[in-house]
Design a protein around this ligand. Sequence first.
Ligand code: CAA
Length: 387
Amino acid sequence: MNIGIHDLSFATTEFVLPHTELAAHTGTDIGKYHVGIGQRSMSIPAADEDIVTMAAAAAAPVVRRWGADRIRTVLLATETSIDQSKAAGIYVHSLLNLPPSTRVVELKQACYSGTAALQFAIGLVHRDPSQQVLVIATDVSRYELDSPGEATQGAAAVAMLVGADPALIRLEDPSGLHTADVMDFWRPNYRSTALVAGQESVAAYLQSLEGTWKDYTEQGGRALREFAAFCYHQPFTKMAFKAHRHLFSTTGHDADEDRMTTMLRLTTAYNEVLGNSYTASMYVALASLLDHAGDLTDQPIGFASYGSGCVAEFFCGTVVPGYLEHVRTDAHRTIVGRRRQIDHATYRDLHEQALPQDGGHHLTPRQTTGPFRFAGLSGHKRLYEHR
Ligand code: CAA
């Protein structure tokens, strides 16, 4: 049975901070941002945006195109959750008027859980091919101001409709898996910003990639040379290049530098201007590839998913004939291009904003021009609006 990604759509924030602004403030040579980590700007949520508003904005066009009749499960992956108990996907379910006969759940394992959601969705569709699963990966990445991680912040949500006879990507068995107990990046419940051991996190990512590839090979996966392209998790876009070189060198292959650069740049076009979107990042890379490459029909794509802590997975998806009729290139470019540029002072104010915890009635300022907004808090309950 062919199961995979039937549709893919992403959304991001109202605001954008160019790295030139950050560099001017931190006194950093812009080369470190533009070349060293491969980032040019970062998406910054308005005061009335969060993972729910981005998730709903990403999923709304998918539901508009295909309807909701066959969606019986919503899996929302995030590591920047807004509630310790209630699944953020329930707010999305409500904003999108999805049918009540739906199961909704939230998944967490750092940046990896979007891939877990996708794999679990495949299992559900196998059980009943008439069903579709709405998988959403949505995150706002936040580090301490003036920390090395600050330049890698960003935000985005990706919505994927998973079902039988997919229109975009047919997902294949096997997967290569790797788990290890490491503290490379984490966020205790009492913190709003992540803690990270920067260089160790890069090393853990590369070791996990190696582990997944070893398992993928042992499980009878494809040979490395068969892949037409690779979508890597991109905490910063330079990481995709490090990962690709590492994968090829540890398996005794020469990575053709020119070919590698051309291919990987097709996957980094959105992430270099959105920043890290954690769970969504690898699927933003896929959107970038589908939107910018020539015809990829029948080509196998390698996916290397990594979530700190850590869990990683390598798997393959093959591009389905006719997919070009279904890609959302114009919409994605509009979503990226419509963001309003803010200055460094405004960015810092937004970064420092904390929600009141007194249980009172607090409305957020009306800033977003997107389709959904986080209107505020009342009695410790989050209020959302459809514009
Ligand atoms: N011109 C060009 N390049 C320059 C430069 C300049 N003027 N100045 C520095 N560079 C280069 C450096 O040579 C270096 O390149 P290489 O990596 O190829 O050696 C690169 O810019 C970065 O410089 P540093 O290593 O000195 O940067 P740093 O230590 O200040 O920060 C970082 C780098 C550790 C990745 C930091 O951004 C960070 O902590 N990021 C958050 C953690 C992260 O993203 N980890 C990735 C793996 S974990 C993961 O994937 C999960 C997740 O999503 C978080």
